[in-house]
Structures are given as C-alpha cells and as structure tokens.
Design a protein around this ligand. Structure first.
Ligand SMILES: *Cc1c(COP(=O)(O)O)cnc(C)c1O
Length: 409
C-alpha cells in the first residue's frame, strides 16, 4: 500500500518534470564549478543541501562575487550569516553589477552600516509570543516559527534576528507546546507555519506536526510560509513530501517571488506538483529598492506568476528592520507601482499592497485613491487612464455618467 502510494507521487514528479523542463535545460553547467554536475545530482535536493554555500569565499570561488569585495563582506557575514543554495546562486548573472538575485542573497556592507538603531523586531513579534515560537496577533490565526533555517538566507529578511542563530531555534519540543496551545484555543482556525522555512524540516518532523494540527477539529487551514519553491524547488520534488502534503490538507503554500527572473522552468514544474496534491500556491512579494521598485519589473513579475499558476496575494512594504534599511522605498513609490498595475495587467495578477504596522498593529492595505471628489450625492472617480466619472452614491441616483471637458469640476 505504502509503496503503491509512493509510486503514484513518483510518477507525478516525473510527469511534471518532463512536461515543464526542456530536456536540454541545464543552465548550471555554464558555471565552471558545476559544469560536471549531472542533472540527477542537481535536481536532488539532498545534493543541493549538502552543497549549500555558506561563506563569501565560496561565493567568490563560484564567480558569484568580485574578489575585491569578498574580503570586506566577510565582516557582514559574521553578523548576518550567509546561506545560498547552488540552485539560487545559479540564477545570478555575474556580469550584472545590480543583479536582482545576487542582491537578495549576497551580503552588502549596508547591512552593518548606517541605521543600526533600527529595531531587530519592529513588529513586536517577541512580545506577542504566547509560547516559544508561537505568535498570536489576530484572534483566529497564529503564526508558528518552526525553524531558524532556510535554504537561502534573504538579505532583506524581516526575521534576520532568528536566521541561523543558535539559541533562538525552535526546538521540536517547542512544537508540542505550541500544538497544545492551539488545541486549547478553539478560536484559532488558521495556522501559519513559518520560520525559517517549514519545508527545510525533515519530512518526518513536518509530517508529525501536520498530523498533530490536523487532529485538532477547529484548525481549518494550515499555511506553509516557504521560499523553497523559489530557492530550492527540488525539495518539493520529493515524493514522500508530496504524499504528506496531500494527506494533511487543506494546506496553502505562501511563497515569495520578488523578480521575474526567479520564475524558471523549475518553478512551473514545482507549482504544478503542489497544485496536483491540492495545495494552492500564493505569492507574497516584498517591495525592494533596486530589485523590483519599478512598474515594469512588477508587471513582468506578476504576469510571470499567473502564467506559472501562482496567485499574487500581498506586496509587502519593507519593514524597518535593522540590517535591511537599504532595501526600503517610500510609501509613495509603492502606491505609484500599484497605480501602474491596476487596469494595465490582468486583475488576477494584482496583489494587495500592505504595510505591517509596528508593535503588533497588524497589516493594513494601501490603495491608490481612485476617488477624486466626494460629494454627498456623487463621488467622482478616475480610472487607470485618468478619465473621470461621476457615480451616484445612493442606489436610486441617476447621476452616474462619464464626465468630459465641458463638465465643471
Ligand atoms: C501576516 C500575519 C498573519 C496572517 O495575516 P493574513 O492577512 O491573514 O495573511 C498572521 N499572523 C501574523 C503574526 C502575521 O504577521
């Protein structure tokens, strides 16, 4: 029985890989250090995990970093450790000094310079922890930090205070305490597994956690907050993991693509596998200076995501977290970008722009204001082309019409 089930997921994996990844697709071979790595090794997440890049020297030797900066960046890596998967590193363009993939994964002197008086935890997550690792900020949902490890450490991570730090790791015994808390709180309907990355847990640990959560009748949905589909997609191609996700649904996958170059043939295959075991895939992009803070990049990113069957959910304004200030843009810039999306690309491709308020205030949406005048009976709207329309407020109003130049504002 068990073998038969595994085989089914094994077939699903092979079918999706064949369908979405061209037989001659092997971009890693262009990197001299990986030119001899077979497809079988490269596409095995265990191989990727064993070869995680953990130092600036390794990044330099792989041609991902200029030798003249590697030395100075070592001091940054002491404060904020480096972890990059070979797959994610292979997406970097060594000839582009502003490469959007490198900027997300390779340290920058800015992280330890400048505004170090920013808080490491402006959202006040520590204060909202009800038991170790469990953040209960909204009545009906909790967020559980299950790990301090990821397949790639994002330089813009808003939980930089946790990544790779011993002592703040969420031990497996904490998971039991967290599950007990959830069991005792029937108002909790939605459990978000985050971290660190829940998909870097051993499959057996994740399975045990999901099984425990599923045994609680009031837990309706479970979300996985994971960047694995972006930085280590082959982890999903593990038939035993797919079997676990299939078994303990409804599970939603919330991931984070920030740039259209991250959407690869491997992405398409991965999303298809998740969809076929009943896991919808949504995206929570982060607005990052010099990476995706322009309308063209955001249009391309969100169009690429819907082509890959990923539904854009949030565009996050970057939080004021220590060590990440150089990624921040103004709120006005974020609104300009949202204006450049609505009406110009498929409505399916449009995320909600959100700001996370300090001290556990929660997320609030920000929308460009399409109302240019508000009168008691009539509101005046503009559309994405700047045309004006009067719209009666009351259901009985007959004021609803397009305005033209002869109308007096
Ligand atoms: C973002 C967040 C959630 C989930 O918010 P949604 O708007 O439902 O996606 C829950 N808990 C915490 C602590 C969060 O930061």
């Amino acid at each position: 029985m068990r073998v038969a089930r595994q085989t089914g997921y094994d077939r699903l994996v092979r079918r999706c890989l064949r369908r979405w990844i061209p037989a001659d697709h092997a971009p890693w071979r262009r990197v001299s250090a990986w030119s001899n790595v077979s497809r079988q090794c490269w596409y095995d997440w265990r191989w990727q995990w064993r070869h995680l890049i953990r130092t600036t020297v390794d990044l330099e030797q792989l041609g991902r970093l200029r030798p003249d900066v590697a030395e100075s960046l070592r001091s940054v890596a002491v404060v904020y450790p480096v972890v990059v998967s070979p797959y994610y590193a292979s997406l970097m363009d060594p000839d582009d000094p502003a490469d959007p993939i490198r900027r997300q994964a390779v340290p920058d002197l800015e992280e330890v310079a400048g505004l170090t008086d920013l808080s490491p935890d402006p959202l006040g997550e520590r204060r909202l922890e009800v038991v170790p690792g469990l953040i209960h900020r909204y009545t009906d949902r909790v967020l559980l930090i299950v790990s301090n490890m990821c397949s790639t450490f994002c330089r813009h991570c808003f939980r930089k205070r946790i990544l790779g730090r011993p002592g703040v790791a969420t031990a497996v015994r904490h998971l039991e305490t967290a599950v007990d808390y959830i069991r005792r709180h029937p108002e909790v309907r939605d459990v978000i597994l985050s971290g660190g990355d829940p998909l870097v847990l051993p499959t057996s640990v994740l399975a045990r956690l999901l099984r425990a959560l599923r045994s609680i009748p009031h837990v309706e949905i479970i979300r996985l907050g994971t960047r694995v589909p972006v930085t280590l997609p082959m982890r999903v191609w593990d038939p035993s993991l797919l079997a676990v996700l299939d078994r303990y649904g409804p599970i939603w996958c919330l991931t984070q693509f920030n740039h259209p170059r991250e959407v690869t043939p491997e992405t398409h295959a991965t999303v298809q596998m998740l969809l076929r075991v009943g896991v919808p895939v949504l995206n929570q992009a982060v607005l990052l200076r010099g990476i995706n803070d322009d309308v063209e990049t955001q249009r391309a990113l969100h169009r690429a995501l819907v082509r890959a069957c990923v539904k854009p959910y949030y565009l996050h304004h970057t939080d004021p977290v220590r060590g990440t200030h150089h990624f921040r843009v103004s709120l006005g810039r974020g609104l300009e970008i949202m204006e450049g999306l609505r009406g110009h690309i498929s409505g399916l491709a449009i995320p909600t722009y959100v700001v996370d308020l300090p001290d556990g205030g929660g997320k609030v949406p920000l929308l460009p204001d399409y109302r240019v005048a508000v009168r008691p009976d009539v509101w005046v709207f503009r559309n994405h082309r700047g045309e004006l329309f009067a719209y009666g407020v009351q259901p009985t109003s007959n004021e609803t019409r397009r305005l033209d130049a002869s109308d007096d504002a």
